[in-house]
Design a protein around this ligand. Structure first.
Ligand code: PEP
Ligand code: MG
Length: 580
């Protein structure tokens, strides 16, 4: 037995088995029952075979085309894929520790990373990037076999307590909180935000446990007391009895995953919930969670590991058509490629993240008009099969939208499509501060806005999320960010064009009230988050939310805003609870 003490931020006692999530690496670690070990190992080998096939395909294409010098890079990746220190080691971890394969791949990668980092030769040290790519590819292929954290957690028997290094809202929103009945985090720095999240979800929680996610083995029984901030690891039989007596009744019934149709606040404000998707394989989740359409299809994901040459007009048309047909009569918003220069010229691994400013998104499309034109042709052809909205990413000025629309008009003429009859809507992503500040000037140029808070926050606050030294400054609740959102919403209302929000903020159950209070009524998010956001909306009063947002906008710091949201949530919980 071991007793860890942190800060209790959401009251209640829960007894359950630990599920450990290490989110900084975006990989979940969870225990698997003995009878699943063989299946997990088989999934690992299948992912290895899929990855090999993909890498061979890429190499084959590069050998034929202009990038033959790049082919050697993929030869090196193929060798790594068969290195016993990666997949072989991962298999040993799955068997030895009885954990999921994706986690085992991550662990094996971390061990290899240390080996590479200790090498003297800078060229060899650099090869670490290739290992990261190969491990990323394996995990992506495993993901497609195994689905998301929700599906994985559903295989754990009985109630569980989530132990995480930190818990971002987007992951929190996707967990099944009828199974995960409480959570504890190592991080204490974002106490208020995590606390607001816990209270919005109505689950007991502790923060500030420092290294619990490393110390506690997945599957260990724990007792979490969100009132005192105590976490008892491997409790004695007496402590288990005591916990049973004090245990909070499960507060949240399983959320109906199948609830679909329109959702409104308690005072009748209609809120539209759509899904962000990256791959056609995500579509079943969209339907299962009742999304009202696709608010963001990140088209560049179709290129994962492939060169742009592979994305011919016909290949793209087939994908867009299938997407539109499967989602119709609901609308699909397809974003044109949001690539940066490096991704544009070199096929990337599946998990490469874009963070840089520069020649990216629509700017890159305009600099390479043939690529943009090919994509627009495929989109216009596909629009014959259902309602389509075309969205341009990384817009920073009116001229860019005008140029892009001119190309679109050309394409329509070429294809003999009557723009009015076809009713394709054209929108701009508002994710560069200049576009947000001048949203009133952009609004007359487009049919809709979509606010991309992921990029908007980082460029507004000049924070690179991947740089540990400043990533703490990435703060959705910074007053400047909230003001930008309000500015965009007002510009859209003035011009009477729809505006939705599709960044991670949209799937944060702790922020929905504030965003509705700022006047937003359309959100697009990872499909798994829709049920919990729907539930929060159904319990929300829009008039109260507007008052809350009005006050929030008078506050000077993110910390004051968090504190205010936390207090407001505690007060509304007291009002709602009949026993207090
Ligand atoms: C955003 O920037 O908020 C967004 C949704 O786009 P992405 O995350 O794909 O950059
Ligand atoms: Mg973006």
């Amino acid at each position: 037995m071991e007793r860890l003490t942190g800060i209790g931020v959401s009251p209640g006692v829960v007894l359950g088995r630990a599920v450990v999530l290490t989110q900084r690496t975006e990989v979940m670690r969870f225990p698997i029952p003995p009878d699943r070990v063989e299946r997990e190992v088989a999934a690992l080998h299948q992912a290895q075979a899929d990855s090999r096939q993909q890498l061979q395909d890429i190499r084959g294409r590069l050998n034929q085309g202009r990038g033959s010098e790049l082919a050697a890079l993929f030869d090196a990746q193929l060798l790594m894929l068969d290195d016993p220190m990666l997949v072989g080691r991962a298999e040993a971890i799955v068997r030895g520790e009885r954990v999921n394969a994706a986690w085992a791949v991550h662990r094996a990668y971390e061990e290899l990373y240390l080996v590479f980092m200790s090498m003297e030769d800078p060229y060899l040290r650099e090869r670490e990037n290739d290992v990261a790519d190969v491990a990323g590819r394996l995990r992506l292929n495993l993901r497609h076999g195994a689905k998301g954290p929700k599906e994985l957690l559903s295989q754990i028997d009985g109630p569980s307590v989530l132990i995480a290094d930190e818990l971002t809202a987007s992951v929190a929103a996707q967990l099944d909180w009828s199974r995960v009945q409480a959570f504890a985090t190592d991080a204490g720095s974002r106490t208020y935000h995590t606390a607001i999240l816990a209270r919005s979800l109505k689950v007991p929680a502790i923060v500030g446990l420092h290294d619990a996610s490393i110390r506690i083995a997945a599957g260990t029984p724990v007792v979490l007391d969100g009132t005192t901030g105590e976490l008892v690891v491997a409790p004695t039989p007496e402590q288990i009895d005591d916990a049973h007596r004090r245990a909070a009744r499960p507060r949240r019934a399983a959320i109906s995953q199948n609830e679909i149709g329109p959702v409104s606040t308690t005072d009748g404000v209609r809120i539209r919930l759509e899904a962000n998707i990256e791959l056609l394989e995500d579509l079943p989740f969209l339907n299962a969670h009742g999304a009202e359409g696709v608010g963001l299809y990140r088209s560049e994901f179709m290129l994962s590991g492939r060169s742009l040459d592979a994305a011919t007009e016909d290949a793209q048309y087939a994908i867009y058509r299938s997407l539109i047909e499967q989602v119709a009569p609901r609308p699909v918003t397809i974003r044109t490629f949001d690539l940066d220069e490096r991704q544009f010229s070199t096929p990337q691994g599946p998990e490469r993240r874009r963070t840089r400013p520069g020649l990216r998104g629509l700017r890159l499309g305009l600099a390479n008009p043939e690529v943009l034109r090919t994509q627009l042709r495929a989109l216009v052809r596909a629009s014959a099969h259902g309602p389509l909205r075309i969205m341009f990413p990384f817009v920073s000025a009116v001229e860019e939208v005008r140029q892009a629309r001119a190309i679109l008009n050309d394409v329509m003429r070429e294809l003999g499509v009557d723009a009015t009859a076809r009713q394709i809507k054209v929108g701009a992503m508002i994710e560069v501060p200049s576009a947000a500040i001048a949203a009133d000037l952009l609004a007359p140029e487009v049919d809709f806005f979509t606010i991309g808070t992921n990029d908007l926050i980082q460029f507004c606050l000049a924070v690179d999320r991947t740089d540990d030294r400043v990533s703490d400054l990435y703060e959705p609740l910074h007053p400047a960010v909230l003001r930008l959102i309000r500015t965009v919403r007002r510009a859209a209302s003035h011009r009477k064009i729809p505006v939705s929000l599709c960044g991670e903020m949209a799937s944060d159950p702790a922020l929905v009230g504030l965003l509705v209070g700022l006047g937003l009524t359309e959100f697009s998010m990872t499909p798994g988050a829709i049920p919990i956001v729907r539930q929060v909306v159904q319990e929300l009063n829009a008039a109260d939310a507007r008052k809350l947002a009005g006050h929030v906008l008078t506050l000077a710091t993110a910390a004051e805003i968090e504190q205010y949201l936390f207090d407001a949530l505690a007060a509304s919980a007291i009002q709602r609870s009949p026993s207090s």
